[in-house]
Design a protein around this ligand. Structure first.
Ligand SMILES: NC(=O)C1=CN([C@@H]2O[C@H](COP(=O)(O)OP(=O)(O)OC[C@H]3O[C@@H](n4cnc5c(N)ncnc54)[C@H](O)[C@@H]3O)[C@@H](O)[C@H]2O)[C@@H](O)CC1
Ligand SMILES: [K+]
Length: 504
């Protein structure tokens, strides 16, 4: 799914109004009706209780008025509170006239903020994408009053006070919603970790905006869902043999961290690679041969760290980093690998830390390498970020400068590409914030690059399948009980879901 800016969303609204020959009021009716359907499907009039609908002066407030009318028509008890304003939008005014006379309307003021009982259902339709500056004055006071109440808040389109695609002052006053219900496409603000406390759980309802306009409007921001992966992963050929799907090499593990190598190896094998060889220090030999009998083990002459690069000729992709250590020996191995590798590379964990501490190595990074830092590792590589938006700028710059694909891990893992496009992942759960989860991702990506898939396809499929495997695993283990090995076990089903089905 594409992610549009506020300006692009306005243009999509206009394109729809023109191509369908409808009024903006009709489009508002459509959006607000979708919102009402969403709400009434989840809460009965009894469960909802009296619903307070807070309306601003623009079209977000107009949405709120339509919702009020529609809910009233479905036997919900509603009460409307509006912000006073000299310039209410036309669609606001028209829908204000259409409110049934039985609905109580209060004009908010500094002395009349309306009591909000704990547990009350409140619909936040104060401001949407038309917000031009942080909230202040009465609007800010209303939001602070709402946030102080223990209410169940559902935001229309976006929590009021939040900018949809730009940074804002850290002390901005923003509605804290439990749910945010938006229309057609998600917003960039929903993807960013620091906004989670405002946005709550977000939902996007289709409202039939002009398909052609959406298709033809270029954007460098995408939400990575299953639809975006259609056709990227082919079914395995009937006459496949183990040579068909590549031979991966993993350089991983050190004394006390052989488990990282094992997890990456298990994930690699579960991701469809033909053959896998592991290069581990001597201390890992027994562990690897026992825990991952499907992999070949090429033991390093050194006992505790990988110290020598093996002959690279047989391999179609190479992953390096999990549990590797940052000592002199693995440093030299990485430096040599960057100079000599002729096949796709995946760099993770200590390989990234070595890069950060030996920045001259960055210049030798082969183009199209895949890097998988978590936020701290990324900061070591690209410098500290002022905020979530600045972090995305750093990610874009880093990928463009080093012509690499960088997977910034987190709640909405974000892939940056050399052309500056960003993809935000849709799968995964908090249970995956556990040791070894990243090693599993490295194994998946190394396998996909071996098969061979393009760096973009491997990254997109790998990120999505990793999260999806975690979601499938959590259905069995629960989020708290999830360990990295569980993710590896569910990679197969996750990939199967994405595999192009044979048509008759
Ligand atoms: N354009 C359309 O056809 C559709 C728009 N929709 C709704 O319309 C919303 C956008 O509506 P608008 O563009 O009217 O914008 P908003 O309703 O978000 O707000 C605009 C109003 O707020 C004022 N304002 C902006 N920042 C302020 C601040 N910091 N303090 C006080 N007042 C401030 C503006 O002067 C203007 O009066 C969307 O978020 C969505 O909810 C939906 O109805 C779908 C269709
Ligand atoms: K809102």
């Amino acid at each position: 799914m594409k992610i549009f800016t506020a300006a692009q969303t306005r243009a999509a609204d206009q394109a729809t109004i023109q191509s369908e020959g409808i009024s903006s009021e009709a489009l508002m009716e459509r959006a607000a009706t979708a919102f009402t359907d969403w709400l009434t499907a989840r809460l009965s009039p009894k469960e909802a209780g009296e619903i307070l609908i807070l309306c601003g002066p623009g079209n977000n407030g107009g949405d709120g008025l339509v919702v009020a009318r529609r809910l009233y028509g479905r036997d919900y008890t509603v009460r409307v509170a509006v912000l006073p304003s000299e310039n209410k939008s036309g669609d606001f005014q028209r829908n204000f006239q259409k409110l049934p006379p039985e609905v109580i309307v209060t004009e908010l003021s500094a002395t009349n903020l309306l009591p909000i009982p704990a547990g009350a259902l409140v619909i936040d339709a104060l401001f949407g994408t038309g917000l031009t500056r942080p909230l202040e004055g009465l609007a800010a006071a209303v939001v602070q009053h709402l946030n102080a109440a223990q209410a169940r808040v559902v935001a229309v389109d976006i929590p009021s006070g939040l900018f949809s695609d730009a940074p804002q002052p850290a002390d901005s006053i923003v509605v804290r919603a439990r749910h945010t219900v938006s229309f057609e496409l998600p917003k960039l603000a929903f993807m960013l970790p620091h906004n989670a406390e405002y946005v709550g759980q977000w939902h996007v309802l289709p409202i039939d905006l002009d398909k052609k306009f959406i298709e033809e409007t270029a954007t460098k921001l995408h939400f990575l869902d299953a639809a975006l992966l259609a056709g990227r992963l082919q079914k395995r050929a009937r006459f496949a043999h183990k040579g068909t799907y590549g031979h991966a090499l993993l350089l991983a593990g050190s004394k006390g961290k052989i488990g990282a190598a094992v997890l990456a190896a298990q994930a690699c094998l579960r991701s469809g690679v033909g053959l896998l060889t592991l290069r581990v220090p001597a201390v890992g030999y027994d562990v690897v041969q026992t825990a991952v009998p499907e992999a070949m083990c090429l033991t390093d002459p050194a006992a505790d760290f990988v110290s020598e690069l093996p002959d690279l000729t047989p391999y179609s992709s190479i992953g390096i980093g999990p549990g590797l250590g940052k000592e002199k020996a693995p440093q030299q191995v990485l430096a040599q690998l960057l100079r000599e590798a002729k096949v796709p590379l995946v760099l993770d964990a200590d390989a990234l830390n070595i890069l950060a501490e030996n920045r001259e190595l960055l210049a030798t990074l082969p183009p199209d390498s895949l890097l998988t830092p978590h936020p701290k590792e990324f900061e070591r590589l690209a410098g500290p970020a002022r905020d979530d938006y600045h972090r995305l700028d750093l990610l874009r710059d880093f990928c463009q400068k080093h012509r690499c694909y960088t997977i910034l891990k987190g709640a909405n893992t974000c892939l940056g590409t050399p052309d500056g496009t960003l993809y935000f992942n849709s799968t995964g759960n908090p249970g995956m914030a556990t040791g070894g989860s990243g090693d599993v991702l490295t194994g998946i990506l190394t396998a996909l690059r071996a098969q061979p898939l393009s760096p973009l396809d491997a990254a997109l499929i790998g990120i999505y399948a990793h999260g999806r495997a975690g979601d499938l695993a959590a259905q069995v283990t629960g989020e708290a009980g999830l360990v990295a090995g569980d993710i590896a076990r569910f990679i197969g089903p996750a990939l199967e879901e994405l595999t192009t089905k044979e048509s008759f």
